[in-house]
Structures are given as C-alpha cells and as structure tokens.
Design a protein around this ligand. Structure first.
Ligand code: C2O
Ligand code: CU
Ligand code: CU
Length: 525
C-alpha cells in the first residue's frame, strides 16, 4: 500500500498512530515534539485576567421548552503572546457558552457542524457527536460516538432536565476523534438548578463561578501541537482556566463557589491552596453532596466535576492565594503545570447573602440513599491494556461497531440495582472511568471507604494505579444502549469504550461478561 503525503503527515504527528506500539511516556521520544514552542515564549503564569464564559440565551421558548442554536466553528485566539492559534468552539467560543437551566424546563439544542471539511493539521474529517455529560438523555440524543454529524450538517438534541441540580458539561464525542476535537476547544458547562439548590445559602450568582480547566501544547508557529505520547494521552505545558493561561481572579473577602470541571483530554490534577487552608467540597458530578467535606487537597480526574467553596474572608486585601496542582502519578509534567490560577484578594464591598456552607446540604440524595443490599447482581469491568490496545474486559469500540452495535457488556433490567466493580490492574497508568446515563454511589475504594471528596453521587470515578472501586448503580428511568468508557480521551479513541443496555424485558440475553472466567485475559497484563 502506498502512503500519501497526507498519511505520512498524520503518522508523523500522531506517532504512527501507535496502536500496536508499546506504551512509552518519554516526552522527548516523539519527533512530533520537535516543533514544540520554546518554554521562554509561553505566557508567564498570573499575567492574564480571569474571565467567565458568557451565558447562552435561547432563540425561542414555549410553555415547556427552551430552544437553543449553537454553531461549532473555528476561531482564532491569542494564548501565546504575539501568536495566533486556531481552535474550534461552540459558537466560536473556547470554552463554549454556559447553559443555565432550571429543572423541569426541557431544552432543544440545534448543534450545527460548521467546522472545515478537514482538520487543518491532522487532515481527518471533523464529524461530531455532542454529548451532554451528566444528563439522563434518551439514547438518540446522548452523543453516541458513532451517531456522527458531518461538516455542513446539524442535529437537534433534546434534553429532559428532570434530574437534581448539578454541573454538567457538553463536549464532542465523535468516534475516534474525541480527543482532537475536545483539545481543539469543543467543551462547555451546562448548569442545572433546582429548588433545593436555590434555597441553600451557598454562594450564588456573581459568587458561583465556573472553572473549566484544560491543558494545551503549541508549535512554534502558535498552532496546537498534537502528540498522543504513544497513546498515553495528550499533555500540555500550558494550563488554561476558562480559555486563559494561568489567570488571576480578583476576589472579595467572602466565600466563593467554584464549579471545577476537568476538561483536559488526559491530565488529572490534585488541587490545593498555597495557603494550606481547607476547601469545602459541596457537590460532585451528580450534584449536591449529603454533607460538605472539608479537604486540604483532592484528586480530580478527567471529566469529573467538583463544586468547591473557598472562603477568602480570612485573607488581607492584597494577598495572593494560588491554586496549585500536585500532579497525581503518570501525568507528563512541565515547568508550570504545578500551578493553575491565582486569586488576588481585594477590599471591595460585597453582599453577605448566601455566604455559608450548611452542615447538611442534600440529605435526601436518592443515589446516596441506595443500599448495598438492594443490589441483585455484581459485575466486574477490567480497564486493561491488551495486545497494544486500551480495552474494557478485552472489548473495544471497534468490537461494538463490528457487531452492528448489538454487542453489550451488561444488560441490566430497568429499575435494577447492581454493583459494578471497576478495576485497573496496572501500576503504569490511571483511568477516569465514566458510565453514561446513570449516577452512582462509590461504595468502596480498594476495599476501604470512598475518599471524602467522593461522598456524593457521581458519573466518573478515578481508577488510580492498581486501584479498584465498587459502585452502586440503579438503572431506573431508562431504556436502551449507553456507552461506558475511559475518559482519558486518547484511551477512549483507541479504543477503551464499550456499551451496556438497560432492558425492560424479562428474558435477559446471553451476557458473557457477567462471567469473569470468559473474558479475563491470559498472561500478565
Ligand atoms: Cu464526557 Cu462519554 O463522556
Ligand atoms: Cu457522559
Ligand atoms: Cu484510560
């Protein structure tokens, strides 16, 4: 087979797509990095002003539903001083506009793919599939990876918004190009509120702030640099918060609530304040925790959302507090990836309303009230590397495609409660594991209680090196097939993704994955 110039270009940039190569994490090993911009040309931390993405308004509304229109399109931004970078954004914004939705209102979002016919560097066709992560959407509106919209096409996505208040996010999920598309900028927040959330005296409005964190790497001409690091992941040397590198936010002497979303393709973080003070974690992926958890640091994997209250009342005006990142193992780090943003305390007047963290937030959280004894089945999902591919129980998305989308890893019955045990039997990498549609409770981690910041309902769980977690899940209110995958987007694209089906019939189909003996790989992992 003769390779075209296009193929060669793609191969050199992606390290020969690397699917069959052994995993290496040496950052200098890849020739793709030869064009990486010098560190001296990067912006210096804490020299740009913090901004928030704008809130999107509906184009029209009726009695039950708000209708939105979003165009996915290229935009040019200046992250590297003096250089222009092409990115892709929802409505041309990186990150995309924030949706603020009240529980009970339905939404329809028309997503128009106005991206170029081919990616400017990688030359692939940027088909898209928009996933609202955290929403119990019908399968046809869930951003199923293979349900693609090509450039020039659009799709209307319908969202139910009946779930408890939470921080969701929308991002691209197009099969095999999710990592590149999200790295290009296709991600934004979607905030769902409800009467309980509104009634609590926690920070609202001006003091309720999205922090969308991602990392990028650049070529010397300012363009984004794509290196999968032999399929370990995309890792950048520049940390963006809401699209700005290491920004500085002015804060008044009161409590702020930060909705932290890790929208990085692969990087996990471990947050702390350089003051050493505690932060109150008040919400996890699926909304308010039963009670706040006070921590000095916590681990945050890709796609997880944590709402954190930081109290700046005890600092004097003029003081600077830095949000730091003590990186979890097996990330690729650079000079300034150990810091994220800074808060400069100012003496300005402020409202004292909604300036509290009640000791009880959401004691009735339904997922957190599920009991282990309600479970009718236990399943095991191994997140493993096999024959040079990322797999779940040896299955890849390619297997799902080849089955005509009939193959499933589990077929729980509607309303059943199950325990899913997720395992990462490797010391060499971690996986942020995500299950679509449902919320879960973390029952245990490595046979011990869940970590304090995980004591709320979630949809992504961090599977650290040689870790296993037991999750309690109720498959209610749904029918059909949904994805489960690693949210390290490079792992997901190559090809650590499968699906399960919520069934409402009484005759379960053959489910080979319920029997570990039938799929456990032979030999060392
Ligand atoms: Cu955040 Cu399957 O996605
Ligand atoms: Cu999701
Ligand atoms: Cu992974």
């Amino acid at each position: 087979m003769e390779l075209t110039r296009k193929d060669l270009l793609k191969m050199s940039v992606l390290g020969a797509a690397a699917v069959t190569l052994p995993l290496e994490r040496s950052v200098n090993a890849s020739s793709a990095l030869a064009s990486r911009i010098a560190e001296s040309a990067l912006p210096r931390p804490f020299t740009t002003a913090f901004t928030k993405p704008p809130v999107i308004r509906p184009v029209r509304s009726d009695a039950t539903t708000d209708y939105y229109r979003v165009s996915m399109e290229p935009t040019t931004v200046e992250v590297i001083p003096g250089l222009r970078t092409e990115m892709w954004g929802y409505n041309g914004l990186v990150p995309g506009p924030t949706f603020q939705i009240a529980q009970g209102r339905r939404t329809v979002v028309r997503q128009i793919n106005n991206l170029p016919a081919v990616h400017p560097v990688l030359q692939y066709t940027p088909w898209t599939s928009v996933h609202l992560h955290g929403s119990a959407s019908l399968p046809e509106y869930d951003g199923y990876a293979s349900d693609i919209t090509n450039p020039g096409q659009y799709k209307d996505y319908h969202y139910p918004n009946w779930q408890p208040a939470r921080t969701l996010w929308y991002h691209d999920h197009g099969v095999h190009h999710t990592a590149e598309n999200v790295f290009m900028g296709l991600a934004g927040q979607y905030q769902l509120t409800d009467p309980l959330e509104r009634s609590l005296p926690i920070p609202h409005g001006e003091y309720d702030v999205p922090l969308i964190v991602s990392d990028k790497m650049f070529n010397s001409d300012g363009s984004l640099l794509f290196s999968t690091n032999d399929n370990a992941g995309f890792y950048g040397d520049v940390i963006l918060v809401n699209g700005r590198p290491w920004p500085v936010m002015k804060v008044k002497r009161r409590k702020y609530r930060f909705r932290i979303l890790n929208a990085s393709p692969s990087r996990s973080y471990n947050w702390s304040l350089d003051s050493g003070d505690t932060m109150a974690v008040i919400a996890t992926d699926a909304g308010l925790m039963p009670t706040p958890q006070y921590v000095r640091s916590f681990r945050h994997g890709v796609a997880e959302r944590y709402e954190v209250v930081i109290d700046f009342a005890k600092y004097r005006p003029g003081q600077r507090i830095v949000l730091r990142n003590a990186s979890p193992k097996n990330n690729i780090n650079f000079t300034n990836t150990n810091k994220v943003m800074a808060f400069d305390v100012v003496a300005d007047a402020f409202s004292t309303v909604d300036n509290a963290v009640p000791a009880s937030l959401n004691p009735g959280q339904a997922t957190m009230l599920l009991k282990e004894s309600d479970a009718v089945k236990t399943r095991t999902l191994n997140f493993i590397r096999e024959h040079g591919q990322w797999t779940i129980n040896g299955t890849t998305w390619e297997d799902i495609v080849r089955s005509g989308f009939t193959k499933v890893i589990a077929g729980p019955k509607i309303d059943d409660v199950e325990i899913w045990e997720l395992r990462n039997p490797s010391g060499g990498w971690h996986h942020p594991a995500h299950i679509h549609f449902i919320d879960f409770r973390v029952l245990s981690r490595n046979g011990r209680p869940a970590l304090p910041h995980e004591l709320g309902a979630k949809d992504v769980v961090f599977l650290g090196e040689n870790e296993s977690v037991r999750l309690l899940i109720k498959f209610d209110q749904g029918r059909g097939k949904y994805m489960v995958h690693c949210h390290n987007l490079v792992h997901e694209d190559h090809d650590m993704m499968t699906q399960f089906e919520i069934r409402d019939d009484t005759t379960p189909a053959d489910d080979p994955f319920s029997d570990p003996a039938r799929w456990l790989p032979e030999g060392p992992l």
